[in-house]
Design a binder for this molecule. Structure first.
Ligand SMILES: Cc1cc2nc3c(=O)[nH]c(=O)nc-3n(C[C@H](O)[C@H](O)[C@H](O)COP(=O)(O)O)c2cc1C
Length: 173
């Protein structure tokens, strides 16, 4: 059984930006929450996403480097948040690049939860991405407030799409 605080799933579901939560306390770190924006972005219904690890959507060898970095971040890195570019394939077979922002959420009595925020950087223009990033910043402040009130700790997420793209490009070079 997962320990997602009451209200968090609703808050995430009300957000128009793709967002998910994975529970490291469950075998295989599956997603325990996925919103409708994530379902729209990937083409998979929420019922086929929850309970599975996101890796099933990665595109073969192209995702191997990102996959290693994400694995290291989730399991071995003390950093509380980071960003990754992951090659992805929609359910209909369309490939795209996903900018993934991961935020760790820690509680003294529960295994870590990880929030994942996704931006489709292939199909969205810079102005659309900036709008999405502003929407997500607003939602993140609500999520942070709710989690802190429930006894969880997390770093305030730094969601700035231009800064993210620059940082990810620097990491890749
Ligand atoms: C909250 C969360 C969201 C994730 N979202 C994605 C995603 O959108 N795309 C992706 O390719 N991988 C995503 N991942 C990464 C994979 O689920 C997995 O952690 C990664 O493949 C490394 O682990 P593995 O080596 O066990 O596969 C996400 C991970 C977490 C924790």
């Amino acid at each position: 059984m997962t320990m997602v605080p009451r209200g968090l799933a609703d808050l995430i579901d009300s957000c128009e930006v793709a967002a998910v939560i994975a529970d490291t306390g469950l075998h295989g770190t599956p997603l325990v929450v996925a919103n409708h924006a994530f379902s729209r972005m990937t083409g998979y219904p929420v019922s086929q996403i929850v309970g599975r690890n996101c890796r099933f959507m990665q595109t073969g060898d192209a995702a191997a480097t990102a996959r290693k970095r994400i694995h290291n971040f989730v399991h071995d890195d003390p950093a509380m948040q980071d960003q990754f570019i992951v090659p992805y394939t929609r359910r209909d077979g369309t490939p795209y690049l996903n900018l993934l922002h991961l935020v760790k959420m820690i509680h003294p009595d529960h295994p870590m939860l990880v929030l994942g925020i996704q931006f489709d950087i292939t199909s969205q223009s810079i102005s659309e991405l900036k709008r999405s990033s502003a929407t997500m910043r607003y939602h993140m402040r609500l999520i942070e407030k709710l989690m802190l009130a429930e006894g969880w700790s997390l770093e305030p997420a730094t969601i700035d799409i231009e800064d993210s793209l620059e940082r990810v490009a620097l990491c890749a070079s």
